[in-house]
Design a binder for this molecule. Structure first.
Ligand code: GCU
Length: 414
């Protein structure tokens, strides 16, 4: 009896701790009840500002640009057009990585007069002949965290070498004939607002006397997306990589970033968002899980200041995220969710991908039109891919196997 009581007491205590941890991460006004999703109408993809209906030629001539502009003004902010001078320095090139299966290259890119430095880590498979397709993604905690390879230059000490190797699956990627390129988000713009926008790349673009971005100018996601395009510039100079077959990929906030990078830069041949959630693939208007006002406290700096005005007013946004996904058409797009990642609203992620379909249909690519949300672990691989992995908020070997299979269809042919 005593044992039983003790067991119940300990179990209850553990449950309480778990519950309070969840509650700490998820504000009290978070809705997880499908019945409480408000009725909503999505802004029309294929009706332009002038109220005219849009076909393939109008999409190309102006509707796509209109939508991109709306995202710049009201969500992520404008990315400066000015090009900085750049110099690449190959710091390391070693054909013996992964027991001789890959070549590791580490390239420092120096931008502008101030020689702002970003370190690119690149693995290229040795056994494939000719330029290879690649995955390009930003990492959270430093290049050295993506694999235990002792030669990866370590900058920053917060996380141990190789601590995120499961999330990156570098050897799996190499063994399937893809290169993998990555950079660290904090080297582009530290993921905090302690120093405002003075400690990342933003100041390189400020006008005289400017101290912070204007209300319609880029926040951190904009800066991170900019840097992914700069890595693509570099890959265009690397003869071992096929830069016209690069998939830009990201998890969570960096999944939001991959989508924004892919929307702005049509050179990315494929875009993959893993558990990107609110401000990523999920529909804002469902108000399920994370919402804009949750992100603004304390993560508002990811977006432009204008985005603030839509806190608790999602229905007033001139866009919703199906429109962001549609900007990627007709290129292959993959949206992935996880069953325990309710905060990111898996259903809202699926629905955004489904509602982007009319634009894919304009191009006669296979979309998610006619598809219902699949059961867990039953991926759909149309030109828009989607899966709902069983498990928590993360990027796993399961996810990577789907992305590789999907990429094999689109990035391996000439
Ligand atoms: C927080 C944030 C999400 C984000 C996630 C992440 O949970 O609220 O919007 O996607 O962090 O980047 O891990």
């Amino acid at each position: 009896m005593m044992h039983y009581l003790k067991f119940t007491f300990v179990t209850t205590a553990i449950l309480l701790v778990v519950a309070s941890t969840i509650a700490a991460a998820e504000p009290a006004d978070t809705n997880y009840d499908e019945k409480k999703v408000p009725p909503y109408e999505l802004p029309k993809l294929l009706i332009d500002k002038a109220g005219q209906s849009v076909g393939r030629s109008e999409w190309d001539s102006h509707r796509r640009a209109e939508i991109l502009h709306l995202f710049e003004e009201s969500v992520y902010g404008k990315t400066p057009k000015r090009q900085l001078s750049v110099r690449y320095e190959v710091i390391d090139s070693d054909a013996n990585a992964f027991n001789g299966r890959a070549t590791r290259q580490q390239i420092a890119a120096f931008f502008g007069e101030k020689q702002y430095r970003i370190d690119i880590l690149l693995y290229i498979p040795n056994k494939t002949k000719g330029p290879v397709p690649a995955f390009l993604g930003m990492n959270f905690y430093g290049n050295h965290t993506i694999h235990s390879d002792p030669k990866i230059i370590q900058r920053g000490k917060k996380k141990a070498r190789g601590s995120f190797s499961k999330r990156w699956q570098a050897e799996l990627i190499i063994d399937h004939g893809y290169a993998l390129a990555t950079i660290h988000r904090d080297q582009v713009d530290p993921d905090n607002y302690r120093n405002g926008f003075t400690d990342g790349i933003h100041p390189l673009f400020y006008a005289n006397g400017q101290k912070k971005p204007k209300p319609d100018e880029w926040g951190s996601i904009g800066a991170w997306a900019w840097s992914l395009s700069r890595v693509l510039d570099y890959l265009e100079t690397n003869k071992q990589v096929n830069a016209s077959h690069v998939a830009v990929i990201g998890h969570s906030r960096l999944g939001k970033t991959a989508l924004w990078a892919g929307a702005q830069d049509p050179r990315f041949a494929m875009v993959i968002s893993n558990n990107s959630g609110c401000g990523g693939a999920a529909l804002y208007r469902r108000c399920y899980g994370e919402r804009i006002h949750h992100m603004f406290k304390p993560l508002g700096y990811w977006f432009c200041t204008n985005h603030r005005q839509y806190q608790k007013k999602e229905h007033e946004l001139p866009v919703d995220q199906h429109m962001l996904l549609a900007l990627i058409a007709p290129r292959p797009l993959y949206v992935a969710s996880a069953t325990a990642d309710r905060w990111a609203d898996p259903k809202g992620e699926f629905l955004a991908a489904k509602h982007a379909s009319p634009v894919y249909d304009l191009f006669d690519t296979s979309s998610l039109s006619g598809h219902e949300m699949p059961k867990p672990d039953q991926p759909i691989h149309s030109t828009i891919g989607y899966h709902l992995r069983t498990g928590k908020h993360d990027m796993t070997a399961y996810d990577w196997r789907q992305y590789i299979k999907f990429a094999n269809r689109f990035l391996k042919q000439e």
